[in-house]
Design a protein around this ligand. Structure first.
Ligand SMILES: C[S@@+](CC[C@H](N)C(=O)[O-])C[C@H]1O[C@@H](n2cnc3c(N)ncnc32)[C@H](O)[C@@H]1O
Length: 334
């Protein structure tokens, strides 16, 4: 019997060896167009230049060129994590690789870390977090929509070729699940890191603070400046976090051909903003910010929380269902 992944030092959650039925492969044509197919015995992939039989791919080591029946050439590889997450089936909008990479680096996700994640959405960020914590860590993901949770489970299981030993999925609202006395939800309060990707992360700040260890990192990914302002002010108002750090990353592809070396004409202008803050020890507060706010920063029009306010609780005005997910541009490397 094969060893359980967590007991097997060679387990990496990565598919190796010859291509097998049931796994995804990526076919790239000579114009760079990519197609992802799920290998099935007897299956056939139709292209605009004839077809390719799946049986001609199954059993071969990845990294080869296959010709379609009408002579089109296709490069065959297993998708890398960043390629998989932008092309896998989606329920909710996914975190793209450039932001997932930033989250792993700036939220300091390490092998063996215990990470709380909400919402799991389609499972793209879950995959990146699981990769970073490895089989001996914990990624405890919460997703309040059962249909999205189902998509996330299918994607994560597909990518890691089975159940990832570090992953737990709770279907339910993060705040109510963390306070669930029934014992069904994962309510552990020793999390090293918490990563929020949802419309109203400020509603979860107080509950996440309870789940994080002192020194833990909270990282929130938001798509709009209004969300950014609200989550930052809520962290300040809570008082149990350090001054939030906010940033975004812009990634530009380059065209390199002979002497024509220049940035790509197209780039993704915006995906989202990231915020990180460290959890203080119980009863401790970070020194108050010495800089005075800019004139008008908290003027008559400002309606959000202010430093020293009681943090807003879950269930405050506005529900996820009443809103639509902000769009996140086109994926990198999709
Ligand atoms: C943008 S999606 C997350 C995408 C995910 N990070 C990925 O990369 O695939 C936001 C998700 O958060 C979920 N959500 C929003 N508020 C939540 C809450 N309070 N508790 C649990 N899930 C929540 C939504 O149902 C939605 O699926």
């Amino acid at each position: 019997m094969p060893a359980e992944p967590v007991d097997d030092p060679a387990w990496a959650g990565v598919r190796r060896g010859p291509l097998q039925a049931g796994e995804w492969v990526r076919l790239t044509d000579t114009k760079g167009r990519r197609h992802n197919i799920n290998l099935e015995p007897g299956g056939r992939f139709f292209t605009n230049r004839g077809s390719i039989d799946h049986d001609d791919l199954i059993g071969r080591p990845e990294g080869f060129t296959v010709a379609s029946s009408a002579g089109g050439e296709y490069l065959v590889f297993r998708p890398l994590l960043n390629e998989f997450t932008v092309s896998m089936p989606r329920g909710a909008a996914v975190v793209y690789p450039k932001d997932a990479g930033q989250i792993v680096a700036l939220a300091d996700i390490f092998p063996g870390a215990r990470v709380l994640e909400a919402g799991a959405g389609s499972g793209a960020l879950s995959c990146a977090l699981l990769r970073a914590v490895g089989p001996r860590g914990v990624v405890s993901s919460f997703e309040r929509r059962a249909d999205f949770a189902e998509v996330a489970v299918a994607n994560v299981t597909q990518f890691f070729a089975g159940k990832h030993p570090a992953w737990r999925m709770t279907v339910g609202d993060l705040v109510t699940s963390l306070q669930d006395p029934s014992g069904e939800a994962d309510t552990r309060a020793d999390m090293d890191r918490a990563v929020l990707d949802m419309l109203a992360p400020w509603e979860c700040v107080a509950a996440v603070a309870e789940a994080l260890v002192p020194g833990g990192v909270l990282c929130s990914y938001v798509a709009t400046t209004t969300q950014l302002g609200r989550v930052v002010e809520t962290l300040r108002a809570h008082g149990g976090f350090t001054e939030p750090h906010c940033w975004e990353s812009l990634v530009r592809d380059w065209h390199v051909e002979g002497l024509a070396i220049r940035p790509s004409h197209k780039m993704i202008g915006h995906t989202g903003f990231l915020v990180t803050a460290r959890r203080m020890a119980p009863g401790e507060r970070a020194p108050t910010k010495k800089r005075r706010p800019a004139p008008g920063a908290y003027g008559v029009d400002y309606q959000g929380p202010r430093p020293g306010d009681v943090p807003p609780q879950a269930g405050e005005a506005g529900t996820e269902e009443a809103r639509t997910e902000p769009s996140r541009g086109e994926p990198y490397g999709g």
